[in-house]
Write a protein that binds this ligand. Structure first.
Ligand code: NA7
Length: 530
């Protein structure tokens, strides 16, 4: 048998990778994480663009595995800005001395299962190979930035910025003519900040998006004190809610509620702000009639905020609200009332190419000093498929996933023994509060490994049948939702050649946890332990 350098190799040192390292150390196992960045933080390490901010309330967007940690950390705002989340990640790394198990500035380029040695051979971009019994992908789901294939992108003589790979230095747009391409969450957050500096800002919109105000504000000390005093109960309660997030979700149906009452609920939720805007009624994402009421409500808000009627109409999305992930903004629509901000609708007349001076569209070059590409991610599967991963008999993951990603309970892949995925396809992570979702998966898989050790097993592997059943279940649950009818990064619709498959598990966190618990209660049903 080939020597194993570590019990486990983890790819990524974001929130998932860090907690994995902590757990494996507690279990007395040796683990090494490889991380492309120069420090911890993952998504929050890379996405340093101006205005980057979480849109889950900070008191709930944090680890709960350590009571002292959650008591000692102070969040300064209702929705934390990126620098503060990064500082939190760094604090966790310091507190648990995690960096000694992380090799930074190192990208994993290949991971091959060795059938004879029954272990994984990991190749990194420093040319080295490392072997481990277990291999865990904690690569994140919004971590492969989508560089758009607009012709001439490299010809631009001004400054080009990619929001997902923002420079590690201050960027000053003062006095500049700036273009932002994209109108997703990232574009909405960054544009508002860029507009505060730039001489002019031009937003290039291909598809308008629905956004709900964040109403961000400094933390209320009383709210923080209440949360900290009741953390165990509040966290436990959050796990019983669909999104793993404490909020008032109502089981009522909008279609069975008088229209004025529905409007009143939407108004209250608009005033409160945030991602759970649609949570007042259970049918918002399942019944077109309900969805249209909410969509009309937001469209009317846009028209009431944006002074120029033509711009307001262009900003009004025509599709399902919540089909694409809702955006949460801090003054995006209002920004278009500023005299130096303009919207260019590229739906009908797309960008032809980038030229040395700017953006060519409709036969005219619009000149810019800087272009900001806020063009999204090759979400959920992108970071897996950048690595040459091969399971039993040299089978490539990219071939196994040719028709769309396949996992068992979002954590394992048939034919890829001892390999685990966190926040992967088939898990509910991207539809739920990410931190509790990560903790749940990490705890599940580390307990599975612990069980194997106790049973003196060497291999855990999902069966093809269990994987097929899970994929069918994930698809079936998705079919019922209006979300599956809209092209989005949830279903690969934002990337030209991706298979069209709804990738996350849409059944919610509590249902998912129940399914994962049942697997354990039934002696790891759907897995072979050898
Ligand atoms: P999104 O939500 O995928 O948005 C990307 C935006 O970029 C979207 O408006 C796209 O338009 C636009 N886009 C992408 N490629 C092009 C090209 N080639 N030309 C013009 N416009 C383009 O990514 P975000 O980073 O904003 O947010 C991702 C998630 O991160 C978010 O949902 C939160 O969960 C956090 P399109 O809609 O495809 O017409």
């Amino acid at each position: 048998m080939d020597h194993e350098d570590f019990d486990v190799i983890v790819v990524g040192a974001g929130f998932a990778g860090m907690y994995l390292l902590h757990r494996f150390r507690q279990m007395g196992m040796t683990a090494r994480a490889f991380e492309t960045g120069s420090d911890v933080g993952g998504t929050w390490y890379w996405n340093r663009y101006p205005g980057a901010r979480v849109d889950v309330e900070s008191m709930q967007y944090s680890y709960q595995f350590d009571e002292e940690l959650q008591q000692e950390w102070e969040w300064s705002e209702r929705y934390s800005p990126q620098p503060e989340i990064l500082r939190y990640a760094q604090h966790v790394a310091d507190r648990f001395d995690l960096r000694r198990d992380i090799q930074f500035n190192t990208r994993v380029v290949a991971a091959h299962f060795d059938d004879q040695a029954v272990n994984w051979k990991i190749t990194t971009d420093d040319g080295k190979q490392t072997r481990s019994r277990f291999f865990v992908l904690a690569v994140g789901c919004l971590s492969s930035f989508n560089k758009p294939d607009i012709p001439g992108l490299d010809d631009f003589s001004g400054n080009s910025y990619f929001t997902g790979q923002w420079p590690h230095r201050p960027v000053d747009f003062s006095g500049q003519d700036v273009a932002v391409i994209g109108t997703g969450s990232t574009a909405m957050q960054s544009s508002v900040e860029i507009a505060k500096q730039a001489k002019s800002l031009t937003v290039f919109q291909r598809t308008p998006n629905f956004s709900i105000p964040a109403h961000n504000r400094p933390q209320d000390p009383e709210y923080v004190a209440y949360f900290k005093a009741n953390y165990p109960e509040l966290r436990a309660k959050a796990k019983t809610v669909y999104g793993g997030l404490l909020d008032d979700f109502d089981e009522r149906l909008a279609v069975e509620t008088p229209r004025e009452e529905v409007e009143a609920v939407l108004e209250a939720r608009w005033k409160k702000g945030g991602l759970t805007f649609l949570g007042g009624f259970a049918d918002m994402l399942y019944d077109h009639r309900a969805n249209i009421i909410a969509a009309d409500f937001v469209r009317d808000k846009i028209r009431s905020i944006v002074e120029d009627p033509e711009t307001a109409e262009l900003l009004c999305p025509t599709n399902i609200i919540g089909g694409k992930r809702l955006c949460v903004d801090s003054g995006y629509y209002k920004m278009f009332n500023l005299p130096h901000v303009q919207l260019v609708d590229i739906a009908g007349t797309p960008i032809e190419r980038i030229t040395p001076e700017g953006i060519l569209r409709g036969g005219e070059v619009l000149k810019f000093d800087s272009i900001v590409y806020a063009t999204g991610f090759d979400a959920i599967t992108g970071s897996y498929l950048r690595i040459d991963i091969r399971g039993r008999n040299g089978r490539a993951l990219k071939d196994h996933w040719e028709g769309g990603p396949r996992t068992y309970i979002g954590m394992a892949v048939a034919g890829f023994p001892n390999m685990f995925t966190v926040t992967g396809p088939g898990s509910p992570s991207v539809l739920t509060n990410m931190l509790p979702s990560i903790e749940m998966s990490v705890e599940w898989m580390t307990e599975a490994i612990d069980t194997m050790r106790r049973k003196q097993k060497r291999v855990i592997e999902a069966t093809p049948q269990a994987e097929a059943d899970w994929v069918a279940h994930v698809n079936e649950v998705a079919q019922g939702s209006l979300r599956s009818t809209v092209k989005s990064w949830y279903n690969g619709g934002n990337i030209g050649d991706k298979p069209s498959v709804f990738m996350p598990y849409i059944g919610g966190l509590p249902a998912y946890v129940r399914k994962c618990d049942e697997v354990v209660e039934n002696d790891y049903r759907g897995f072979e332990l050898l």
